[in-house]
Design a protein around this ligand. Structure first.
Ligand SMILES: C[S@@+](CC[C@H](N)C(=O)[O-])C[C@H]1O[C@@H](n2cnc3c(N)ncnc32)[C@H](O)[C@@H]1O
Length: 250
């Protein structure tokens, strides 16, 4: 694969390579990555249009940001197409130290290894800048979720969210994110879970279990299945079951 890329780089003029790189999807020759990116991009595009069409406003919040791949897609969709989605701030929540350690069996997964997917906040900011995301378009909040998302945590936090993208892999991390999101749920918003179909081979676990535990007996909110993306991700529209939650600007 590397050889084909090298040959193409030699044969194609720089301007074409730049154009390909700037095109809607990243220029890759790896089929697997291409399909995964394409489906995620398509999901995000559909979700943002759905939210706009239905008059759901608020920010974009991503929990688990690593290479800023999803983050950059969201910004690209918003800046490339004239969706006119109104005021829209992006939030990036990450330890910027990779996956945390855990002793909870519900986190069990061969790929969830402490320290994996580490990116520094500096590099994350550089990736955003290289993709044209201005500093005032987003807020990055570093720290482990049990601290950065705790009710007593200091610093600004999003109050109204229209699209939350949960990509932190593990049960405990997703549970912390959902505790943070619960008082911020609004009717019609979309919740996406990048690792919904990633689970332990021996017991119920991961993002799906965290969702089930938080919404199973919830008398205020239910989740309406929305779009599956890739082999791993699933999204839901939040629906109020309690009349009080329909109130505008709650
Ligand atoms: C799969 S990566 C995210 C990929 C990213 N959405 C992208 O598109 O490039 C998972 C991220 O979740 C973060 N993470 C997982 N659990 C966390 C926790 N409890 N607190 C803070 N960050 C966490 C890791 O640091 C890692 O960057």
């Amino acid at each position: 694969m590397g050889r084909i890329r090298a040959i193409m780089k030699r044969c194609l003029p720089q301007s074409v390579i730049q154009l390909l790189k700037r095109s809607q999807l990243r220029f890759r020759l790896n089929d697997h990555d291409w399909y995964e990116d394409k489906e995620r991009f398509e999901f995000l595009r559909k979700a943002l249009i759905t939210l706009k069409f239905n008059g759901i406003d608020g920010d974009y919040a991503e929990f688990g940001c690593y290479g800023a791949n999803t983050f950059r897609m969201v910004y690209r969709i918003l800046s490339k197409y004239s969706y006119d989605v109104g005021p829209f701030h992006l939030w990036a929540f990450d330890s910027f130290e990779g996956l945390p350690g855990t002793s909870d069996a519900k986190d069990e997964h061969p790929e969830w290894v402490k320290g994996r997917m580490t990116i520094s906040l500096k590099l994350f900011n550089e990736l955003c800048r290289a993709s044209g995301i201005p500093g005032n378009a987003y807020t990055a909040v570093p720290g482990l979720y049990d601290q950065s998302l705790a009710p007593a945590a200091s610093g600004p936090r999003p109050e109204k969210i229209r699209l939350a993208y949960v990509d932190c892999d593990m049960f405990t991390s997703t549970s912390a994110v959902l505790s943070f999101l619960m008082p911020r749920l609004q009717h019609g918003m979309i919740l996406a879970f990048d690792d919904y179909y990633c689970y332990s081979a021996t017991l119920p676990s991961g993002e799906r279990l965290a969702v089930a535990e938080n919404f199973r007996d919830n008398s205020d909110w239910r989740l309406v299945p929305y779009v599956q993306f890739g082999w791993h991700g699933m999204s839901f529209i939040v629906e109020a079951t309690n009349e009080a939650n329909f109130a505008p600007n709650r």
